[in-house]
Ligand binder design. Structure first.
Ligand SMILES: [Zn+2]
Length: 195
């Protein structure tokens, strides 16, 4: 109970042992660690500089586009400076990582937590109902494997789409993510990467 409190070397908040990032020459909190998830051997000074640059970008951010759909996350774009950020909320709850279009190394959208359900039925019972996915509707992919007696259908259910964007911020690498990216996410990110 008189143990030395560990403080984040960047923002100074107390950090507990289980919720901290060990970096090259110190310990930082998870919030500060968001900018360097794949560069954990960097120094406090380098990561502090990256955050200073991020603060500067965030205060200078001049939003020209907000990409979202009903129930989705947000992609905010500053076309004039070619900066963008993603957020799960309309108004970010913590300072988002602001990246320039040229700092995107790649992105992917993964379905996390989905389950595969298989069902085997007598072929006669199904008839032609599975054609075109009619049995499960358009949301479930229906794969029919016909044998002489039975037919097995497999569909995937549940799962949350997560957008991951890999960034190289002047040599500091990180990955940012949001759940339920907007439908146009791929199109927007492709155009950023090709600009
Ligand atoms: Zn911190």
């Amino acid at each position: 109970m008189f143990g030395k409190k560990t403080l984040c070397a960047i923002c100074g908040t107390k950090v507990s042992k289980s919720l901290q990032n060990q970096i090259g020459d110190g310990v930082i909190c998870l919030n500060c660690g968001r900018i360097c998830k794949k560069s954990l051997m960097e120094t406090v000074q380098t990561i502090s500089s990256a955050w200073e640059e991020n603060h500067r970008r965030y205060s200078a951010f001049n939003q020209s586009m907000a990409i979202t759909n009903f129930g989705s996350g947000y992609i905010y774009v500053d076309n004039s400076q070619q900066y963008a950020y993603i957020s799960s909320y309309k108004k970010p709850k913590q300072e988002p990582i602001i990246f320039s279009f040229s700092e995107i190394e790649g992105y992917r959208i993964e379905q996390v937590g989905e389950k595969t359900i298989s069902k085997t039925k007598n072929k006669g019972e199904i008839g032609r109902a599975v054609v075109g996915g009619a049995l499960f509707g358009p949301a479930g992919a229906v794969v029919g494997a016909a044998t002489s007696k039975t037919q097995t259908e497999t569909k995937t259910v549940g799962g949350v789409p997560i957008l991951y964007i890999d960034l190289d911020l002047n040599g500091i690498k990180t990955t940012i993510s949001i759940a339920h990216p907007p439908l146009q996410a791929s199109q927007i990110l492709d155009s950023m990467m090709n600009s």
